[in-house]
Design a protein around this ligand. Structure first.
Ligand SMILES: Cc1cc2nc3c(=O)[nH]c(=O)nc-3n(C[C@H](O)[C@H](O)[C@H](O)COP(=O)(O)O)c2cc1C
Length: 266
């Protein structure tokens, strides 16, 4: 090892120079550090800006795509609505067409039923009219004839009361009931029967018997089905006269007064 002695002033100056150099170096270092810091700050700012830019771009992209998506969804919804509306309109059209067809066929059926009812009613009326005409021609059995015979409900009441009391107001418990019937299609069925009944009545009197015409039974025999069945008349026959016959319980001493018969002699 070697040593060198240095004089004090020289050392002082050297120290001073060293201090100066150190200061300069320090300043230069500080300057460099500042520059580096500034550069770093500039880069950070740039980076920040870039980040901000890219995030706003991304946001814009997201917004744009969201808008697009919203639009396409709206469009899809509008299309779907249109399709549904079109389907609904088509269904309604078909349904109304079907309803119209059904209505048409129903009204056709109703018309057919009405027609057949009318036809049947016309037939029934025809038969009823024919029957009524037959009844009228025979003079018995019509409601009018029965009402005329019975004098209405008062007489019917009297008949019912007599029946309820155990009497026989129709045939008077006669031992014989003669029923005169004839084919309805013969020319004078009523006259034939009445002539036969009258002849029988006149002849019966010669034997001490008496007779009475019973128009009530005649009407009942022609109008009341069970009675018609019970009598068992031939087909197309009707009752035209009825007589009850028996020996009289009372004997009249004289005949009742009669109004003079209206006769015209020419
Ligand atoms: C066509 C005819 C139908 C008669 N029907 C009935 C009768 O259903 N019931 C009855 O009690 N008498 C009947 N009679 C008898 C009448 O009521 C009456 O007693 C009879 O003709 C005698 O008549 P006169 O009262 O004028 O003498 C009938 C008489 C006729 C001529």
């Amino acid at each position: 090892m070697s040593t060198r002695s240095i004089k004090a002033p020289t050392l002082k100056k050297a120290t001073k120079d060293l201090k100066l150099a150190g200061k300069e170096i320090g300043e230069a270092l500080a300057e460099k550090a500042r520059a580096l810091g500034d550069a770093a700050m500039a880069r950070v700012t740039k980076a920040k800006r870039a980040v901000a830019k890219s995030s706003s771009q991304t946001q814009r992209k997201i917004e744009t795509s969201a808008r697009k998506t919203t639009l396409s969804v709206k469009r899809a919804v509008a299309n779907a609505e249109k399709e549904v509306k079109a389907d609904f309109a088509a269904v309604r059209k078909t349904a109304s067409r079907k309803v119209a067809t059904l209505k048409r066929s129903a009204s056709q059926e109703v018309d057919a039923v009405k027609k057949s009812v009318k036809k049947t009613a016309a037939k029934v009326n025809l038969v009823a009219d024919r029957k009524l005409a037959e009844l009228k021609a025979s003079g018995t059995g019509t409601p009018e004839a029965i009402a005329q015979l019975t004098g209405g409900s008062e007489f019917m009441g009297f008949l019912a009361q007599a029946r309820d009391e155990g009497r026989d107001p129709l045939l008077y418990e006669a031992p014989i009931v003669a029923i005169f019937h004839s084919p309805t299609k013969s020319v004078t069925p009523k006259d034939n029967c009445v002539i036969a009944a009258t002849t029988m009545g006149l002849f019966a009197r010669t034997l001490g018997l008496e007779t009475t015409y019973i128009a009530l039974f005649e009407a009942a025999a022609n109008a009341h089905e069970p009675l018609k069945k019970e009598l068992g008349l031939p087909e197309e026959h009707r009752v035209f006269s009825v007589l009850v016959m028996g020996y009289p319980r009372v004997k009249y001493l004289r005949a009742v007064d009669r109004k003079p018969i209206k006769t015209r002699w020419e």
